[in-house]
Design a protein around this ligand. Sequence first.
Ligand code: FAD
Length: 432
Amino acid sequence: MAHVVVIGAGIGGMPMAYEMREKLGAAGRVTVIGNGPNFHFVPSNPWVAVGWRKREDIEFAAAPFLDKHGIAFNPAGVKHVHAQRNQVELNDGAMLDYDYLVVATGPKLAFDEVDGLGPNAYTQSICHVDHAVRAGEQWSRFVADPGPIVVGAVQGASCFGPAYEFAFIMETDLRRRKIRDRVPMTFVTAEPYIGHLGLGGVGDSKGMLEAALREKHIKWICNAKVDRIEADKMFVTEFDESGKEKKKHELPFKYSMMLPAFKGPDAVAGIEGMINPRGFVLIDEFQRNPKYKNIYAVGVCVAIPPVEVTPVPTGTPKTGYMIESMVTAAVANVAAAAQGKDPTERATWNAICLADMGDTGIAFVALPQIPPRNVNWFAEGKWVHLAKVAFEKYFIRKMKKGTSEPIYEKYVLSALGIKKLRDGHQTTATPR
Ligand SMILES: Cc1cc2nc3c(=O)[nH]c(=O)nc-3n(C[C@H](O)[C@H](O)[C@H](O)COP(=O)(O)OP(=O)(O)OC[C@H]3O[C@@H](n4cnc5c(N)ncnc54)[C@H](O)[C@@H]3O)c2cc1C
């Protein structure tokens, strides 16, 4: 009987465990290793950071729900993968054998790459619920004594949607509190232009996001490299489109949230043939590591190339639905391998994103994620805010029930022509 070990109980790891369990049936055993006992719904972290959600609204213990489906759970966390020996070493010293390993750890947050960045220094983060709770405590103090805000994403970042989302959410919260007039806001981003999103833009994302920032009186600086951050000031160099230095900025702030660059997880660091120079897990078109063919990876921890070279480095985002498509492909390929067959399934790498702006929101669909695209669509409206709230409830319910693909995916997304697996003729960039 094949033993599949999944590292990470997050947006990729939990659906992976449920889908794998269902697919393998009696032919396999599934174990999830978490970094602690809980699952939390990352896309809702920005709401926790302004007090619109409590931690317990978006977080729950994973074990009881996985257990109902016969999936083992261990919260000890993986210290190191011993790829040559098909074993994972846990933080409590235990060793666990696997036949197939799925790495779904999400990213390591590279706060250390900018002096003064991150929750242990001078800026807030919304990447983890622990950070969002701290950001929320700081927000409560800030609204009692407001001042300038600097928000955005530093050089090397790949996850830009949440930076815009959080800027607009803060703006909405300040307006509701009737203190918006006391808060100058600046959006600082490594993107070459507003709405690039690490994707080379999607539809009219540039025009629409610029208009939204202008309407909300949020200034912006693009092609920005954050040099260092002090307790109340950010030092930023702005570059022009040819990569030449254009201007130095000193931006005072009383509250700042800057998304960091991501790296691959420590658990696979230093494994020859397993990772790229940033530590992301190398995969082939079947989500499989080219050297260790019984190791698969899904989610933010996988290596994919940037969509294009930008004057200040940016990465390509890995969004939720794209991650689900990686999960479905990996499950099918592990199941095939367990029966001695070759893998055949490839994920579609479609990017679909709903970003909340407080009372309204923006949505984009990029099919495939890397241009040129078959669908390239960006829209704004109140419906996005409502859809995002509905999606939060739906995903959390889905993770508690353990259903891998219920009604929403089957009917709504297929009506939009959005599929998780690629037909034979479809092409996308090869992961790297
Ligand atoms: C603030 C924010 C908002 C986002 N909003 C959206 C959105 O609205 N829509 C969208 O499509 N995408 C969104 N994304 C992008 C993406 O969907 C999320 O980042 C998503 O959580 C990535 O899933 P993942 O499984 O790769 O990582 P995660 O969900 O972070 O899960 C990884 C899990 O692995 C665990 N782990 C790490 N190391 C180990 C270890 N050594 N051993 C065991 N466990 C380990 C972590 O603790 C974590 O629980 C957002 C990202 C951020 C940061």
